[in-house]
Design a protein around this ligand. Structure first.
Ligand SMILES: *Cc1c(COP(=O)(O)O)cnc(C)c1O
Length: 224
């Protein structure tokens, strides 16, 4: 069942990429609220990278599945007082949006682990949300991250407003792609633009996403 959904999702990514003449993006399987058993079965079908939104939930799952050697991404809002735990359990943090978090993650990344991969979360169009930095703050954050040997700057992440009007979503994805190109021109290690979810990934891929974050289309609807 999960294996079939994975195959179908990977095929949709390929189709969307081909239609838009873009490279096929990486698939991040969003496993928030899903059991460790469900993650393990998707892993046995070949999926390697998983995204979690809550530090405590991720702590339990990463511990239970440690022997599988999976790659774990933090994609939820990260409070500074949880940064020490997050720095120990994740391979990537996609939601860095302030200097305080940069310093806290760098300080807490265990020395025996690879540098922690970092995406800067940009608040591209949501006036109401306090999460994500403004586009004008990206470069200062990027420099701070590059100044930390325990962190590796990899790119940008966004959760645009889910406008019913597809053209409004497209504009947000295009603005992210422009910011991403500017960042990559100044920072050669930058290679990841994380955007697009179950209901809008073809559009995100058409506009240049290199990683899509998909939950519902893979695991089915989440329990409320
Ligand atoms: C839950 C979540 C997703 C996945 O959403 P689906 O609509 O279930 O694919 C992607 N990104 C973030 C940041 C999320 O919180």
């Amino acid at each position: 069942m999960l294996a079939q959904r994975l195959d179908a999702t990977l095929q949709s990514l390929k189709n969307a990429a081909q239609a838009a003449h873009r490279p096929v993006p990486r698939l991040l399987a969003v496993s928030k609220t899903q059991s460790a058993t469900a993650v393990a079965s998707l892993a046995s079908a070949g999926q390697h990278a998983f995204g979690e939104n809550y530090v405590q939930e991720a702590q339990a799952k990463t511990r239970a599945l440690e022997s599988l050697g999976l790659e774990w991404h933090m994609i939820g809002h990260l409070q500074s007082n949880k940064a020490d735990i997050a720095a120990g359990i994740f391979d990537w943090v996609q939601t860095v949006d302030r200097l305080k978090l940069v310093t806290a993650l760098a300080r807490s990344r265990p020395p025996q682990r690879q540098p922690l991969n970092i995406l800067i979360q940009v608040n591209i169009d949501d006036q109401a949300s306090k999460h994500g930095c403004r586009p004008g703050e990206v470069e200062a954050l990027a420099r701070a991250i590059e100044g930390e040997p325990r962190l590796a700057l990899r790119g940008l992440m966004a959760i645009p407003t889910p406008h019913a009007d597809i053209e409004l979503r497209r504009i947000a994805f295009q603005e992210m792609a422009t910011l991403f190109q500017q960042l990559a021109a100044r920072h050669p290690a930058v290679d990841t633009l994380s955007m697009g979810m179950s209901d809008d990934f073809p559009l995100a891929i058409a506009e240049g996403a290199t990683m899509v974050r998909i939950g519902t289309a893979l695991f089915g609807p989440r329990a409320p």
